[in-house]
Design a protein around this ligand. Structure first.
Ligand SMILES: Nc1nc2c(ncn2[C@@H]2O[C@H](COP(=O)(O)OP(=O)(O)OP(=O)(O)O)[C@@H](O)[C@H]2O)c(=O)[nH]1
Ligand SMILES: [Mg+2]
Length: 698
């Protein structure tokens, strides 16, 4: 297997909304360039990049995967990424190791919500972007309308560089607006293209599209603008040069036509990636210098080694597989390098390049290339390996906080240890999974980005590690707080026989603004409680707050000030003051008007405008408050604040209402008081879970 140098490498990530056809496009590109002998199909479970059993079963990419092809003498590394909202963090990570994004857009639906979100990330990284309008063979597909949708939702600088021949079922070829060559593609899926003259019936629209392209290219560069004014047009050579420059500077986003399923347009897209995407040499890698200032590093294979692990796969057989990019220097097989993030040496075994799950060994990997290695001992996603003298580190990967928790129960007794080791292995692959134990109910809580994320995690546990768990209804992280300030007294006294116990404290309890947590203050003067016992009071207070009062949920946003108390020379000890602290809180709660808080999410719903009315009605029914509404092309975006408890079944409703054409995204926003009429239900559920609950008459 040949080793490539940076100038001959192109790294791209396929990104875009779920179902736009990224995986199918990867499959077409790999087949058209000879990397694979047949055209794999998502619907048959035969693509290179959806190799994981779970992805095949669901027909969705759930985790980024890597493949490569060689075209026009360049090695193209492709990262196929998930488009589903619950899994977007992987796509975001992928964008950090490539020189360009290939943004795939459905020619029927136009730009959809995940595409907008991921475009935003690419924008922040100032990443070059090629846009592929896919599924043009579908009924109601329209290239012109999709270009409009690109303009209104993503950027005015998206510009067609191709024009389709035929539409919907009759889509059969494309015109290259730069060279003015027209191609028809074989109908047998072989991807074979035949050059034809530009058909007369499209000549006018092609001419108009070419003029728009020339103007866009001229506008993106001053020198070309002058040429354009002088000549009234640009030569083909100028057009090509200007286009390449505009792409590199992220001033222009060329748009291509495709049917990945029928394999129409594949070689042209492959050619565009190989020819127009900047190489690692053209885009020094951004990082952080020793003084914390942003710096970049050239893809120089002779420079000190810097390797960045951007993704980990938890393989049931091979163990941990780390996907990395060599930023600078050369990484050799069978070597020892330093993990600079964890300050520990790491033994590197066989280096491999990946074609989906297929591994091919390479002796070394040069700066600018993407590859993988199995069985690193203690290296995780986001770690930097290499030469300690390199003076270069990389901003850590960021993963979203979990938004939803479910309690899980092992189907087989005694499987708990296995569950936790297996989940820890999955966390390696997907750091956005959370795993904790509820201190009160002792439930094991699995948390993630949404119901789908949790279900996929549970399915992976079963398939990969043979661990069967049952999901209990989701767990809403309610909190408790108080509405009124009060003073309270806690006295713990046992003085029967022998050594007694005595602790006594008085506290002031008052509400604090949201987000304050529990604040404890010591306001004891004159030694009414000896110094050494104050921490014990605090411990008792915090324990009591942690256990809640109304429904056993932790109390937040209150301040507890201990201001008085008394002690006994012999019988006072830490234990007694801790008890006194607890009792003081319980006493306070009888007057402080405790209330329940629930998490409220910011929800963004995105669907064709026809459904806006129904969707708003539904959100209102979920106690939602509509915060805003926007129209983007033929879609409406609704923003609302909705209690998490009401969103648990949203995925199904949205799919049913919109026939699968809507999408949504939510994240935690704030805690708000639970309406009184819902208290009873929450308290009863908490009791059923085994939490300690105080009744009104306590
Ligand atoms: N008609 C038609 N169907 C396509 C085309 N490309 C993909 N599909 C189908 O669309 C569905 C989704 O394709 P995928 O490639 O899995 O989409 P994706 O973008 O990878 O989706 P996620 O992995 O969920 O992000 C599959 O059923 C494909 O067969 C196309 O060009 N034409
Ligand atoms: Mg996919």
């Amino acid at each position: 297997m040949q080793v490539f140098d940076a100038a001959d490498i192109r790294n791209v990530a396929l990104v875009g909304h779920s179902g736009s056809g990224k995986t199918q496009l990867a499959s077409a590109l790999l087949f058209d360039t000879g990397a694979t002998p047949r055209l794999g199909k998502v619907d048959e479970g035969t693509t290179v990049t959806d190799y994981d059993e779970e992805s095949i079963a669901r027909k969705h990419t759930l985790s980024s995967s890597l493949a490569w092809f060689e075209y026009h003498k360049h090695k193209v590394n492709l990262i196929d990424t998930p488009g589903m909202g619950n899994f977007l963090s992987d796509a975001r990570a992928a964008l950090r190791v490539v020189e360009a994004a290939v943004v795939v857009v459905d020619g029927v639906a136009g730009v959809q919500v995940a595409t907008e979100q991921i475009w935003e990330t690419a924008q922040q990284l100032n990443l070059p972007r090629l846009v592929v309008v896919n599924r043009l063979d579908r009924e109601r597909a329209s290239f012109a309308r999709t270009i409009e949708s690109l303009h209104t939702t993503l950027s005015r600088s998206a510009v067609a560089v191709q024009w389709p021949l035929g539409s919907e079922d009759d889509f059969h070829g494309v015109v290259d607006l730069v060279t003015m060559q027209a191609w028809t593609f074989a109908t047998d899926g072989s991807g074979t293209a035949t050059e034809i003259p530009v058909p007369a019936d499209v000549a006018a629209e092609v001419e108009a599209a070419r003029t728009a392209l020339i103007e866009a290219v001229a506008e993106a560069d001053e020198a070309l603008m002058e040429r354009f004014f002088d000549q009234g047009t640009l030569t083909q050579e100028e057009l090509l040069r200007g286009l390449a420059l505009g792409i590199r500077n992220s001033h222009l986003f060329p748009v291509y036509c495709m049917s990945a399923l029928k394999n129409i347009g594949g070689t042209l897209v492959a050619g565009a990636i190989a020819d127009l995407v900047p190489s690692p040499v053209d885009r020094p890698f951004p990082g952080v210098g020793p003084d914390g200032a942003p710096i970049t590093r050239e893809a120089d294979l002779k420079a000190p080694l810097v390797v960045w692990v951007f993704k980990t796969i938890a393989d049931q057989f091979a163990g941990r597989i780390s996907l990395f990019r060599v930023i600078s220097g050369t990484l050799k097989s069978d070597s020892t390098v330093q993990n600079l993030t964890r300050q520990a040496p790491e033994r590197v075994g066989h280096l491999v390049v990946l074609e989906g799950k297929t591994q091919m060994q390479v002796p070394e990997v040069h700066a600018g290339d993407l590859a993988a290695v199995a069985k690193l001992k203690d290296t995780h996603s986001g770690d930097v390996l290499g030469d300690p003298k390199s003076g270069f580190t990389i901003q850590p990967l960021s993963f979203p906080e979990p938004v939803l928790s479910y309690a899980i129960v092992p189907k087989t007794r005694g499987d708990e240890d296995k569950i936790s080791t297996s989940i820890h292995r999955l966390q390696d692959e997907d750091p956005s999974i959370g795993y904790t134990r509820d201190e009160q109910t002792h439930d094991l809580l699995l948390s993630g980005q949404g119901q789908m994320h949790i279900e996929v995690t549970v399915a992976k546990l079963r398939r990969r590690f043979g661990v069967e768990v049952e999901l209990k209804p989701p767990h809403i992280p309610y909190r408790e707080t108080i509405a009124l300030p009060t003073e309270a007294h806690g006295r713990h006294k046992k003085q029967t026989g022998g050594h007694g116990q005595f602790g006594d404290c008085k506290v002031r309890v008052e509400p604090l603004p949201p987000g304050s947590g529990v604040v404890f203050e010591d306001d004891i003067f004159g030694g009414s409680i000896p110094r050494q016992f104050v921490p014990a009071v605090e411990k008792g207070v915090r324990e009591a707050c942690g256990r809640g009062y109304l429904a056993g949920y932790p109390m937040v946003d209150l301040k507890v000030t201990v201001f008085d108390g008394s002690y006994h020379d012999v019988d006072s000890n830490e234990m007694s003051f801790k008890m006194a602290g607890r009792l003081a809180i319980r006493d306070a709660m009888t007057r402080a008007k405790p209330t329940l808080l629930e998490p409220v999410m910011t929800v963004e719903v995105y669907a064709p405008s026809d459904f806006a009315g129904d969707l708003m009605g539904d959100l209102n029914g979920r106690r939602g408050q509509i915060a805003g509404m926007d129209t983007r092309g033929s879609n409406t975006v609704i923003r609302a604040h909705v209690p998490m408890a009401e969103m648990l079944t949203y995925e199904q409703t949205l799919t049913a209402t919109t026939g699968g054409r809507g999408g949504y995204h939510m994240e935690f926003h704030h805690y708000a008081e639970v309406p009184a009429h819902l208290h009873g239900k929450i308290v009863a559920a908490a009791q059923a879970e085994g939490k300690q609950v105080h009744h009104e008459d306590d």
